[in-house]
Write a new protein. Structure first.
Length: 391
């Protein structure tokens, strides 16, 4: 155990000394499903993931899925035979000859007889139109039974920009798109989500109820030994009946979020590289370049002991949009408490009083509430912004 920790620290510290991000040290956590990479612009996150996924395709024949939020983003990647998806040096290194057709990116090879062969390397999909992907043949129930099978998925630019139009629910669209691709698969999955900044609340990080308030690597997993045992059994199951038995055996186990969050501290090499650049001259303090976000922690009540639930604030019908007010002024995620309900919008099967809604908004705007943690604060703030969007 001590030697494993030492190796991890060495790999992590070595990665921190490099100007561009390297994936190697984080990929050892192969029992995770989600890998969140948060770092400044031009830190090499997308490049590192593209390099790794292409290597997986060339070495093991594993196609991958590259997701963006909008169709405009995917169109740019697919133009001129995926010119913006794969960097020129990666094309040369892996001897790629790429052609696009619709959302598909193929690598084309020519055999000794001059016959052209196309092999699917990547699908480029937009979350904003996930509903049109329903019914498409993404999922193959026998895929994981083949040699070297693995699901490689990347969501690039996972956060909306501060002033970008909010036209769809990122979490709902992403969850459904992932379901379109892998259905209920629980192993041999690698979903990497890339973001530039924490200045605005990240929808996906709020969904896993974790927002880092300092640089570092955070592992959100429980019962690791049981999890590894389940994955081992799933990988070696030979029949559908065996798979069903394993799922039934572990159905009550809580493995946490199975996510790892890497909040990258800008290295001295990275800072030196950015120093004096055109963007740095105009916006030296922009968090998209520095990744250093000034977080106001004055409203965070981490060590407060809760006594009595006062109200349940509901923004929607689902429990994920409910919050408990403790002792009149401390807000925490709802967890089955019983108290007087305050509905923040009509038509959610609760009594709606617009005056109470305005009171909650005023209390938030006047900084009268405290919050259990940063994630709760950002989630509550996001719900209010949806309720009363900026003009």
């Amino acid at each position: 155990m001590a030697s494993d920790i030492a190796k991890e620290l060495i790999a992590y510290n070595k990665a921190k000394s490099l100007p561009f991000y390297k994936l190697r040290s984080i990929l050892g956590y192969d029992y995770m499903i989600y890998y969140f990479l948060l770092g400044g612009r031009m830190a090499g996150k997308s490049y590192a993931v593209t390099d790794f996924y292409i290597h997986q395709f060339v070495e093991y024949g594993r196609p991958f899925y590259w997701l963006r939020l909008t169709e405009a983003g995917t169109r740019k990647l697919l133009l001129n035979n995926a010119e913006k998806l794969v960097d020129p040096d990666l094309r040369r290194r892996y001897k790629l000859n790429l052609k696009t057709r619709g959302e598909n990116v193929y690598n084309v090879t020519i055999d000794e007889n001059g016959i052209e062969h196309k092999k699917l390397m990547c699908k480029v999909l937009a979350l904003s139109t996930f509903y049109s992907d329903k019914g498409q043949g993404f999922f193959d129930k026998d895929y994981l039974k083949t040699d070297n099978a693995y699901y490689n998925i990347c969501l690039d630019e996972m956060n909306r920009e501060a002033n970008e139009k909010n036209s769809f629910d990122i979490v709902y669209a992403f969850a459904n798109e992932v379901e379109n691709i892998i259905r209920n698969t629980k192993h041999n999955i690698r979903i990497i989500c890339i973001g530039n900044t924490l200045q605005e609340a990240s929808d996906l990080l709020c969904a896993i109820n974790f927002l880092p308030d300092h640089f570092g690597r955070f592992k959100l997993v429980k019962n690791k030994k049981q999890l590894l045992a389940m994955i081992y059994k799933l990988k070696h199951a030979k029949t559908d009946k065996e798979l069903q038995g394993i799922h039934e055996q572990y159905k009550d186990c809580d493995f946490g979020k199975r996510a790892i969050v890497e909040y990258m501290e800008p290295t001295e090499s990275y800072k030196a590289m950015r120093n004096g650049s055109a963007a740095e001259i105009l916006a030296a303090d922009a968090s998209t370049f520095t990744n250093e976000v000034q977080i106001d922690s004055s409203l965070i009540a981490r060590h407060t002991r809760f006594q009595k639930p006062t109200n349940i604030i509901k923004f929607a019908k689902g429990h994920s949009s409910w919050f408990t007010v403790w002792d009149g002024n401390v807000i925490a995620p709802y967890n089955g408490q019983q108290a007087t309900t305050i509905a923040m919008r009509p038509y959610i099967d609760e009594f709606f009083n617009p005056d109470l809604q305005k009171t909650i908004i005023t209390l938030f705007d006047t900084r009268s509430y405290l919050f259990r943690d940063l994630s709760t604060f950002k989630r509550f703030q996001k719900e209010l912004q949806i309720l009363k969007p900026r003009k």
